[in-house]
Design a protein around this ligand. Structure first.
Ligand code: 48F
Length: 266
């Protein structure tokens, strides 16, 4: 086996995937739980979706469970999503379940990729592409370039819809606010910022907050609560999953031309 064959196989296959990502229906920023779930349900609707994750690993805040105790809590309302993914739940008390955080995130990642979503890790979203007051793509760079503060220009992709699933950072919304001004559809036009922990209220409000926050930009997961000024909720994840699924419905209605057929990985 010639080493250059291995190199050629990797370079050719990655380049093909990256070229295929240049024009997509949906580009999701952040492969945490809400982004993964959103991607899974979009691909299931036959919508061409790619995802960019800044870090080496996917999963955002989920693998760490609560304070590194690697379990998460799920409410009854999200049980259907866990069942669809085939993730084991242990009943803790009426209406509340416990799941292993590593089983949860590895299963969600695997099923999302198998459903047809291409996830690019180690790539950061550093800006958006804009046309006539509408977000229509993402500006990307290697995370290593950003972390080492090298002066290297980015590349861009186009998408019909962008999803901000960046969690507490609310990165894409903050970029839009910084570059375009206070034009988000929040009370102030700006990212209001998440409030201190109140699990019940946060879990209730996250679904309402999952919506189009600027033309072409949908926000889900903890980013939704942060942009609209709702509380954080800690290691209970039902709202996060339901938010990801709702985002897929919102985005699905915005994207024209979906054939409604499941998108399977070639
Ligand atoms: O933080 P994260 O897990 O967001 P989420 O899906 O879930 C929140 C929960 O994990 C937890 C919680 C439960 O109640 O509050 O925190 O809303 O995942 C966000 C992902 O986005 C990536 C980041 O590395 C993480 O994996 N990310 C953030 N900014 C960027 C990014 C960026 N500019 N480019 C690419 N990825």
């Amino acid at each position: 086996m010639d080493e250059t064959v291995i190199s050629r196989a990797i370079i050719e296959s990655f380049n093909k995937d990256l070229l295929d990502a240049l024009e997509v229906d949906v580009a999701i920023t952040g492969a945490g739980p809400s982004g993964l779930i959103c991607g899974y349900y979009l691909a299931k609707k036959g919508i061409k979706t790619v995802m960019f994750e800044r870090h080496l690993r996917v999963g955002g805040g989920l693998p760490g469970g609560g304070m590194m105790f690697n379990s998460i809590v799920i409410q009854e309302e999200a049980k259907g999503i866990m069942d669809e993914f085939g993730i084991n739940l242990k009943k803790y008390k009426d209406g509340l379940y416990i799941a292993d955080s590593l089983e949860t995130i590895s299963t969600m990642c695997s099923k999302t990729i198998k459903q047809g979503v291409k996830i690019f890790n180690l790539i950061s979203v550093e800006d958006v592409v804009i046309r006539k007051d509408r977000i229509c793509g993402l500006v990307l760079n290697w995370s290593a370039v950003n972390w080492s503060k090298l002066h290297v220009d980015p590349l861009a992709i186009k998408s019909k819809v962008v999803v901000d699933a960046t969690g507490h950072e609310t990165d894409v919304c903050r970029i839009v606010e910084r570059k375009i001004g206070p034009k988000l559809n929040t009370e102030t036009g700006k990212v209001i910022g998440e409030k201190s922990m109140w699990a019940e209220v946060g879990e209730g409000e996250i679904v309402k907050n999952t919506r189009e926050v600027y033309p072409g930009l949908v926000v889900c997961g903890m980013a939704a609560n942060a942009v609209y000024g709702s509380p954080r909720m800690g290691a209970i994840f039902g709202g996060m999953f339901i938010s990801g699924k709702k985002a897929a419905d919102v985005v699905g209605k915005m994207v024209k031309g979906s054939n409604g057929a499941p998108r399977a990985k070639a």
